[in-house]
Design a protein around this ligand. Structure first.
Ligand code: DGY
Length: 425
């Protein structure tokens, strides 16, 4: 299909998934507002309606808690087609929300909206959002830096955004599922089961929701009793990058004391990243903070410290080499799991498929370190996947076939903002 037709289809998907102030990732499978989905979708919306893009972030922040946390789902209206819904989370908030967060992309988006603003009062729009984003970023360091080492822990695989990555297998195996009872999962009524997490994963996801609910989602109680506390290079890289973007906004808005505070977080995180570097394998690994052990196996998050500027030149070169090795083993990059790992499954959610949102972050990181050819390869693969597979949630790296939900908002957004030959940047 010609580029102009794909651009038009992407715009049409964003309009069709707009429920009025917020965008669902796709109808059916994900009927609410998801945190990092919305932040990434706003980057596409700016090519359709600039003011609407800002509104996506404003609506997401209606879910923000008093302590600053921005939840991973905002349940703007009840939809029985999704599990676990507001009742299972047991959060008292209007609008209802989940009890956990998600990769904090929003500050990066707001900085990009600010820099590219044409028809909106960017000063006023950024001033409205800035204190809320600052409070969220502060929340991470206040509540989730368990040992003061600078890195932020996640208490549920859903917080990573990479739900069923093999990165979590060992830690999830230790989660007690005795009291979970019957699952009422709805995802496999929308999408083939072989493209979704296993039943056993869902039992553990649900058990972790129950742990949080039993703690009343109190961060201090969760810190004391969560059976899952992982340091993920992907999550931390996205936050570190967002800190850098928030600091730029702070300077632009004259918020100098905030800029100083953010600079402290940045320094702490940069130092913390060294802990995730495996000096023998030359990769970043997730780290289980409860056992103090690095995680066996690799997901695509290993490459994201490039996007945060957290790697040295040597580390970047080693990551680029590893990435090339992965790309030699598949038709389209970047697979979400090491293709040489026996747990690699090319169609199963975050155990193999290619995700355009991650591809973009990896490609940007590679370009920042001067690996332009590799970055271009990833952008080219991303374009080909949409051109041949459509606007799916993700793509099988061995065939290019779309997997998961169709007419997916963030794939449409990444096309318009990045992968399309007509994209501006
Ligand atoms: C899901 O329901 O699959 C989501 O990824 C959880 O956020």
């Amino acid at each position: 299909m010609p580029t102009a037709a794909l651009d038009a289809e992407a715009r049409e998907i964003l309009r069709a998934n707009d429920l009025g102030g917020y965008t669902v990732p796709t109808h059916g499978l994900y009927p609410y507002q998801w945190n990092w989905d919305s932040a990434l979708v706003a980057l596409g919306q700016r090519h359709v309606d600039e003011a609407r893009a800002w509104r996506e972030i404003e609506t997401l922040l209606t879910g923000q808690w008093d302590d600053g946390m921005v939840p991973h789902i905002v349940f703007h209206q009840v939809d029985p087609g999704y599990f676990p819904g507001p009742q299972e989370w047991g959060v008292e908030h209007i609008p209802p929300t989940s009890g956990i967060t998600q990769p904090p992309v929003a500050a990066t988006t707001v900085r990009r909206l600010y820099d590219s603003a044409r028809a909106v009062d960017r000063e006023a729009a950024a001033r409205r959002l800035f204190p809320k984003l600052l409070a969220w970023h502060r929340w991470f360091h206040d509540k989730r830096d368990r040992d003061g080492g600078g890195l932020i822990g996640i208490v549920h695989p859903w917080e990573s955004g990479r739900d069923n990555s093999p990165d979590w297998d060992a830690a999830l195996a230790a989660v007690d599922i005795a009291d979970v009872g019957d699952l009422r999962r709805r995802d496999i009524t929308h999408v083939e089961a072989d493209q979704r997490p296993l039943e056993d994963d869902y039992l553990r996801y649900t058990a972790l929701v129950a742990v949080g609910r039993d703690c009343g989602w109190d961060p201090a109680l969760l810190r004391a009793s969560s059976p899952f506390w992982m340091l993920c290079p992907g999550f931390n890289a996205i936050l570190l990058r967002a800190h850098r973007d928030l600091a730029e906004l702070a300077w632009a808005l004259g918020e100098t004391s905030a800029a100083t505070e953010i600079a402290r977080w940045i320094a702490a995180m940069e130092a913390g990243f060294e802990r995730l570097w495996d000096d023998e394998a030359h990769v970043y690994r997730c780290h289980d903070a409860l056992t103090d052990e690095p995680v066996d196996g690799l997901g695509s998050a290993t490459f994201l410290p490039l996007y945060a500027g957290a790697a040295s030149a040597d580390q970047a070169a080693q990551l680029a080499e590893r990435l090339s090795d992965w790309l030699d083993q598949v038709r389209y990059g970047v697979p979400s799991c090491d293709p040489a790992d026996p747990r690699f499954e090319p169609k199963r959610y975050w155990r193999g498929p290619v995700w355009l949102v991650v591809n973009r972050m990896i490609a940007e990181g590679l370009a920042d370190y001067g690996f332009d050819e590799l970055a271009a390869r990833i952008r080219g693969d991303s374009a080909t996947l949409v051109e041949t597979g459509g606007f799916y949630e993700s793509f099988d790296p061995t065939t290019g076939n779309g997997v998961g939900g169709d007419r997916f908002s963030w794939t449409a957004a990444m096309w318009l903002d990045w992968a399309s030959p007509s994209a501006l940047n």
